[in-house]
Design a protein around this ligand. Structure first.
Ligand code: GLC
Length: 610
């Protein structure tokens, strides 16, 4: 590992920051050392290894494997729903059933149930779906982000689930990466303050509080800095290689983790990606020396989905590499039985020292003690009081505020906006105008999300417009933008279809022909045109921007479409500012704040107010 020495000034600043930050971090876990050590000393090797294994719900061969393999955790990856469906009730029953399995083991150590609640409790029907992080970055309101974390935690604990793989504190540098929208910003400072706020919100009720969930900062580290064509298929960005010197790596990608740790994040997920050719999940310098040593991270590391298997063609070798590098719990969705057997062999033959196993299990147990999971009166159940608030109007009002604050006004000629509520006719166009799936994007009910209105409840932008106007105003609609002649104004909503992870890697960042046609057809009617863009990132929009009289970037706002109409009709002002530099052409990418590249379409921080 090429560990270039920092400049003395840089190192001094980092050390000073570390000292200050340690002083400010919440009370540590040391008060749980004794009970955790005591429990650890009672455990057999099988029970210890079991705590280090996380199976996926859909991958469980038999629910009793929770007992047979002493599993410490189960997750639901995207779409890994309970067999009884994905209502709040079905999730609650599912969670409680698995906890009952854990309660039948010798030591009765409860399960940590992990899920990607990354913009609300987004696997569950009827949950409030908040704007994805890119929109929250444009809002840049830490107090609001903390509130979102709190509500997400409440809707999770309603079902009992007490661990989310969030916040993603990635610092995306190239919008062609499919996970750009999971990042707040290209700016590490902005990512850091919102990541901190999110952790504080998720754990606001205190780690053992009935309304808190365990946070997980991800993906450690540099997931958003990979270079083009560095993936295994040589075509993409996701899970690729971040190639830069250590000072740059620390300044951009490591930076947000210190605030997340100081805010109390006790799990961190190493990235699939690599740094200068070394996989993060295999990198002992990063996982042990930097994170657990230098940054004093006291929690535990959870691998990404089957990420350990990528480390070596021989699975047993891969396990040894990752566990010895500092990985503490393994997300082995389907192969958890094999993992258990191989890790036990590695310990028995001395390849993985027992001291490493004890360190990993100690870390996991300490977190479970800190969460109150080891208390005599701990109940691994859903929470009826929180179930009564699930998807409530109060929660939706906060999401609607987040939508409002996330929108960025890029163009507004001749004061086209705000639109009057008393016009004769407003024509709405674009299939995305009536599409909750497009509003929510990936990680919504399904891993990849799903176009259409079948995903979950919510308010489309078309419905919101209809609800906003006066009785004297008629609202007409066409997907393709035709039929607008004679209307007073046209509002066309265009967007990207939902995607998640590598499926969203995109070399062109263009709108689909049908989206462009809707704009062209509306423009042909000769009436003023307002364009609303639903996207997980800045796209190449020059032609559409030229045709628009007003243009609003709405990102992936989630279920509360009224947040968009609130601003279109002027009930609230535009306040959002770009948290990503907007490229003028694809050739400019990557282009970021402070990189010296010139003439973006819109700079970082741009946003009109009227
Ligand atoms: C995925 C993602 C990670 C997620 C995990 C569990 O592959 O990389 O962000 O938390 O698997 O779904």
């Amino acid at each position: 590992m090429n560990k270039k020495k920092w400049g003395s000034a840089g190192l001094g600043i980092f050390v000073l920051g570390l000292l200050v930050s340690c002083a400010s971090r919440p009370a540590g876990l040391s008060r749980y050392d004794e009970p955790a050590r005591e429990l650890l000393n009672k455990m057999t090797l099988d029970e210890k290894i079991g705590q280090m294994v996380q199976a996926d719900n859909a991958g469980l061969k038999d629910p009793t494997d929770v007992q047979t393999y002493y599993l410490g955790s189960v997750l639901s990856g995207g779409g890994s729903d309970p067999t009884a469906g994905n209502s709040m009730e079905a999730w609650t029953e599912h969670y409680e059933a698995l906890q009952k399995q854990a309660a039948q083991t010798r030591l009765r150590i409860p399960l940590l149930y992990g899920i990607d609640a990354v913009h609300g409790h987004n696997n569950v029907l009827g949950a409030v779906i908040f704007p994805h992080n890119i929109g929250l970055g444009c809002a840049d309101n830490p107090k609001l982000v903390k509130q979102i974390g709190q509500i997400t935690a409440k809707e999770m604990r309603a079902t009992g689930i007490q661990w989310t793989f969030a916040p993603c504190v990635t610092v995306p540098q190239d919008e062609r990466w499919g996970r750009t929208y999971e990042g707040f910003s290209e700016d590490p400072e902005l990512v850091s303050r919102l990541g901190e706020a999110y952790v504080l919100g998720l754990q606001a009720d205190g780690l053992s509080g009935a309304e808190s969930v365990l946070a997980c900062a991800k993906h450690f580290v540099g997931d958003g800095g990979t270079v083009a064509g560095s993936t295994r298929n040589r075509r993409g960005w996701d899970q690729g290689d971040t190639q830069c010197d250590e000072e740059t790596f620390r300044r951009i990608h490591l930076f947000p983790y210190q605030d997340a740790i100081n805010a109390g994040a006790l799990t961190i997920m190493p990235s699939y990606s690599s740094w200068n050719g070394i996989k993060c999940s295999a990198n002992k310098y990063l996982l042990t020396d930097v994170l657990k040593g230098e940054m004093k991270f006291e929690g535990f590391l959870i691998s990404d989905w089957d990420a350990i298997r990528q480390l070596d063609p021989d699975y047993k070798t891969a396990i040894a590499i990752s566990i010895n590098a500092g990985m503490d719990m393994a997300m082995e969705p389907n192969g958890y039985r094999e993992f258990f057997t191989l890790l036990k062999e590695l310990v028995e033959e001395g390849t993985v020292p027992m001291s490493r196993i004890d360190d990993a299990v100690f870390r996991i147990l300490r977190v479970k003690f800190a969460m109150g999971m080891m208390d005599e009166d701990y109940v691994g159940e859903g929470n009826p009081a929180l179930q009564a608030q699930f998807g409530s109007d109060e929660h939706r009002a906060v999401a609607r505020q987040a939508v409002r604050e996330s929108l960025v006004l890029l163009k507004n000629e001749k004061q086209t906006l705000p639109v009057s509520k008393t016009l004769g006719r407003i024509h709405v166009a674009g299939q995305a105008a009536d599409n909750i799936g497009y509003q929510c994007g990936g990680w919504t009910i399904q891993w990849q999300g799903q176009s259409g209105n079948v995903t979950t409840g919510g308010t489309t932008i078309l419905s919101a417009i209809k609800q906003s106007v006066s009785d004297q105003t008629s609202v007409t609609y066409s997907k393709d933008g035709t039929g607008a002649n004679g209307a007073d104004i046209g509002i066309v909503v265009v967007g990207e279809p939902p995607y998640a992870e590598g499926s969203g890697d995109n070399r062109e960042l263009k709108l689909a022909p049908a989206e462009l046609a809707a704009v062209n057809n509306l423009k042909a009617s000769g009436i003023p045109v307002v364009v609303v863009l639903l996207s997980g990132r800045p796209l190449i929009i020059n032609d559409v921007l030229d045709q628009a009289d007003a243009f609003v970037a709405a990102w992936l706002p989630g279920t509360e479409g009224q947040g968009v109409s609130d601003l279109l009709f002027g009930d609230y002002p535009f306040t959002g500012k770009l948290s990503f530099t907007w490229p003028r052409s694809i050739d400019q990418l990557p282009i970021n704040k402070g990189d010296g590249k010139e003439n973006p379409l819109f700079p970082f921080g741009f946003g009109l107010t009227k």
